[in-house]
Design a protein. Structure first.
Length: 355
């Protein structure tokens, strides 16, 4: 009974930590950016670059690098993924964006270069981009055909706002999304607070001067709808993950077997590393820090690469929220394919001597 109580407490603690930290700093701005995409970005723009009828090469390249300016985790990317997909993006490019977004942001790339070295850092970036495109193409070939497209949304309520104002609106939102999640260790309060305040004021002034009440109401309604739809699933996943993490930590040897099993770059070792990375809820920066510590304990280069590729792009807590958008069958397929492709990336990179 005591162990069960401690499990529930660990689950609630995980939910609370993310409500106070990641949720307020990254999730909420991500939902409001997604709401802005759903309301203010014309469907024709999304269709032009990411739809099933768009140029395939361009669609996948755009989807794979679109998250470079974001600072979101595997949960924070989901509302943006949902918004793009429901605005007409093809299933393949949408999945590419879903996986690459949390892993390819500029901050994590700098961390990877600094902590893991340029060779492994470059290998991680190349592996994430290639894996994201392969994931998207696999989904397009295996699942998109015969699958009904999302119901086309109504054209956005643009009111009298010119496109330049829409660009300014999203600029301020993206600035908030990039800045709010950063810990004080990376950007001190003396800089962070004025910067956030300036962008928030800029956002409010832009809304006041260039958008109608109907525009703002539609934006808020779309954003809150996404929160209502996706957030409960994310929190359920975080609760279960907190219990799982606590159950593992109660045994001192819980990670000893893992460290001893990833001392080489064989396929079994890389598959184990990618599986563990996919279960844990780690952002891109934390994944780099974790694998740096594991490498100091003997983890080989192949499993290290597999871990860093898998961990930021997916977690146990994303299963339910992604399923809300594309269904549980495809969500499970996404989860499994991430594990397999990340393992193959680590194995092949080690085989050819890149890591």
């Amino acid at each position: 009974m005591e162990f069960l109580v401690s499990l529930v407490g660990a689950g609630l603690s995980a939910v609370w930590e993310n409500l106070v930290g990641k949720l307020s700093g990254a999730f909420i701005p991500a939902f409001f950016i997604a709401g802005g995409v759903g309301v203010f970005v014309p469907k024709s723009t999304v269709v032009r670059f990411l739809s099933p009828d768009a140029n395939r090469g361009l669609a996948y390249v755009v989807a794979s690098v679109a998250g470079a300016v974001l600072s979101v985790c595997s949960c924070g990317i989901i509302p943006l993924f949902a918004a793009f997909y429901e605005q007409g993006a093809g299933l393949g490019p949408a999945v590419t964006f879903l996986f690459a977004g949390p892993s390819i942001n500029l901050i994590s790339m700098f961390y990877g270069f600094y902590l893991l070295g340029p060779r492994l850092g470059l290998s991680v970036i190349a592996s994430v981009l290639l894996t994201s495109i392969l994931l998207g193409m696999t989904f397009e070939l295996a699942f998109a055909r015969g699958r009904p497209a999302p119901k086309p949304p109504k054209e956005p309520l643009l009111g009298a706002a010119p496109r330049s104002s829409l660009a300014v609106f999203h600029f301020f939102l993206f600035q908030l999304l990039m800045t709010l999640p950063l810990p004080v260790a990376e950007i001190p309060w003396s800089i962070k607070v004025p910067w956030v305040a300036a962008n928030f004021i800029g956002l409010m002034v832009t809304l006041k001067l260039h958008f109608t009440r109907e525009d703002v109401a539609a934006w808020v309604a779309k954003s809150t709808f996404l929160i209502y739809r996706l957030l409960p699933k994310i929190l359920v996943g975080l609760f279960l993950l907190g219990m799982l993490t606590h159950a593992q930590s109660t045994a001192p040897q819980s990670f000893g077997w893992f460290r001893s099993a990833v001392g080489d770059s064989g396929l079994r070792a890389t598959l184990l590393a990618s599986t563990v990375g996919a279960v844990l809820y780690l952002g891109s920066i934390m994944a780099v820090l974790t694998v740096k510590a594991l490498m100091a304990m003997g983890m080989a280069g192949g499993p290290a690469l597999a871990f860093v590729v898998a961990a930021p792009g997916v977690s146990f807590s994303t299963l339910f929220a992604v399923a809300e958008v594309i269904g549980m069958r495809l969500s499970l397929a996404y989860y499994g394919l991430v594990i397999v492709f990340a393992a193959l990336a680590g194995y092949v990179a080690a085989l050819v001597g890149l890591v």
